[in-house]
Design a protein around this ligand. Structure first.
Ligand code: KG4
Ligand code: ZN
Length: 346
């Protein structure tokens, strides 16, 4: 079963073809990072307009690289939400129109289900059940995953998500957008333990997160060190020390809560997904900690940690193969709880 997947929820246009027999066939991505950089963040209207420009040429490219014609497709999957309403409408509109013209199903996909199942694009593939740590720009959540569409929320963020905390902290230190990767790169040069920041909710006894206090702690510390001047005036080496400790604090909390989630559910496998899953320190620490407990940890390939079309094509193909009714009406869901998606194969 051959499915074209279209991702337009935020600032990347992603298109891919996934085959249930062969796996990922082709994928292409256009990132809008350069376009939004001057504004210090994503401008929703510009994002939508750029998706309009990119999506059809990307689809043509992907089909061309795969040596496929539109007539070969069995379905078109698209991100229905969560995300920016205007950006989502572009992908939903194009995918549904294409599916209607081809008389094949249009399959709406939850963006976070795409992230959560993205490790299935790689080898070895994690088997169900597993615990998933979903750490993206908008979410820090732990799920118990019994199968496709069977997600039980174990823990959630009470305020900022991990990626959001990375982005906001980077911004206040004067780093360029997108802040997460820039802060992580700067942290490499920092001296461990040179400054001290809190580990929020580390001992809260539950599986929830809170990262906004950490960002405020950085602001307070940086202001003090800059003697009242703006935090971004600090010397680069000092910023690196702060970045190192910030990253360490986030990783400490994510690792501790992931291990606690494995313990409470009795699962052995941990799957990590979402943009922050690209963080090298997090990958190294989780790998060492979970293996020391005789468990297994799975990460998506780096290319599929951040937004991409491959994960949408994958989920679309899994859902299409499982059957069900699809039609050509569509709504987008800018806010959409992952635990509420339809289960598959039960
Ligand atoms: O999953 P994603 O592409 O978008 C959402 O669905 O939200 O995640 C983007 C987030 C951003 O907050 C970005 O700063 C963060 O992932 N991120 C990182 C790294 N790479 C991306 N955070 C820390 N370290 C990284 N290497
Ligand atoms: Zn995402």
């Amino acid at each position: 079963m051959l499915v074209l997947g279209i991702e337009t929820s935020c600032d990347e246009t992603g298109v891919a073809v996934y085959d249930t027999a062969r796996g990922l066939v082709a994928h292409a991505l256009h990132s809008q990072v350069a376009m939004h950089r001057d504004f210090g963040g994503v401008v929703p209207e510009l994002a939508s307009r750029d998706h309009v420009r990119r999506v059809v040429p990307l689809a043509e490219r992907v089909l061309g690289e795969a040596g496929l014609a539109l007539a070969d497709l069995d379905g078109v999957a698209y991100t229905q939400g969560p995300g920016l309403a205007g950006a989502l409408l572009v992908g939903a509109g194009v995918a549904t129109a294409l599916a209607y013209a081809l008389r094949i199903p249009a399959v709406p996909v939850h963006h976070l289900e795409g992230h959560l199942l993205s490790p299935l694009l790689g080898q070895p593939r994690p088997e169900f059940p597993f615990v998933a740590l979903l750490v993206s720009g908008g979410h820090s959540q732990l799920f118990d995953v019994a199968g496709v569409g069977r997600y039980r929320l174990l823990g959630d963020t009470l305020d900022d998500a991990a990626g959001e905390a990375f982005d906001k902290t980077a911004k206040l230190l004067g780093l360029p957008y997108p802040g997460g990767p820039a802060l992580a790169a700067l942290a490499e040069a920092g001296v461990p333990g040179a400054v001290k920041l809190p580990r929020p909710m580390l001992s809260s006894g539950d599986l929830d997160f809170s990262f906004s206090g950490l960002k405020t702690a950085v602001l307070t510390l940086a202001r003090k060190e800059a003697s009242g001047a703006a935090p971004d005036t600090l010397a680069p080496a000092r910023k690196a020390d702060i970045a190192r400790e910030f990253q360490q604090a986030v990783v400490d909390v994510l690792v501790a809560k992931s291990v606690a989630a494995l313990a409470t559910t009795g699962r052995r496998r941990l799957v990590v997904a979402g943009g922050v899953g690209a963080n090298r320190d997090l990958r190294a620490r989780l790998t060492a900690t979970v293996r020391a407990r005789d468990g297994e940890v799975y990460f998506p390939d780096l290319a599929f940690c951040t937004d991409n079309g491959a994960m949408i094509a994958l989920v679309g193909a899994l859902r299409l193969a499982a059957g069900g009714a699809f039609d050509y009406s569509f709504v987008v869901r800018p806010r959409w709880d992952l635990a509420s998606v339809a289960p598959v194969g039960v």
